[in-house]
Design a protein around this ligand. Structure first.
Ligand code: 5GP
Ligand code: ZN
Length: 113
């Protein structure tokens, strides 16, 4: 499959990995939008959030748990952070393999553009 995040998950493309287990890998975004910008992805390919079956709800939970873990490990849990998942065109999704953005290290604005 010609998916850039599948290739990162299988180490065919290098990335700066922040966390990894059997199901999930987290790596630093190539074009960071904040001092810390990490992408948390499942190793299994799902193109969009709409494609994740209810039976994989635990995987979505694990992605969020991973973001919390990284926030604690990198010591910005108390200062704060943001988790975002973009879906399809209006959501601004540009890579068709689901990913959770973990952003931290500056005052983030709301609402997004
Ligand atoms: P989206 O716009 O789909 O929500 O987020 C995709 C993210 O993937 C963007 O923030 C973009 O900078 C990042 N990205 C795209 N290609 C690569 C890559 O090859 N390596 C890494 N580490 N990040 C990438
Ligand atoms: Zn993929």
């Amino acid at each position: 499959m010609d998916c850039i995040f599948c290739k990162i998950a299988s180490q065919q493309i290098p990335a700066r990995v922040a966390f990894e287990n059997d199901r999930i890998i987290a790596f630093h975004d190539l074009f960071p939008q904040a001092p810390t910008h990490i992408l948390v992805i499942p190793k299994t390919h799902y193109s969009t959030l709409n494609d994740v079956p209810a039976s994989e709800s635990a995987l979505l939970g694990e992605m969020v748990r991973t973001a919390i873990l990284i926030a604690r490990e990198l010591d910005f849990a108390d200062n704060g952070y943001r988790v975002v998942m973009n879906c399809n065109q209006d959501g601004g999704q540009s890579v068709d393999h689901i990913h959770l953005h973990l952003l931290a290290g500056r005052q983030l604005t709301w609402p997004p553009g």
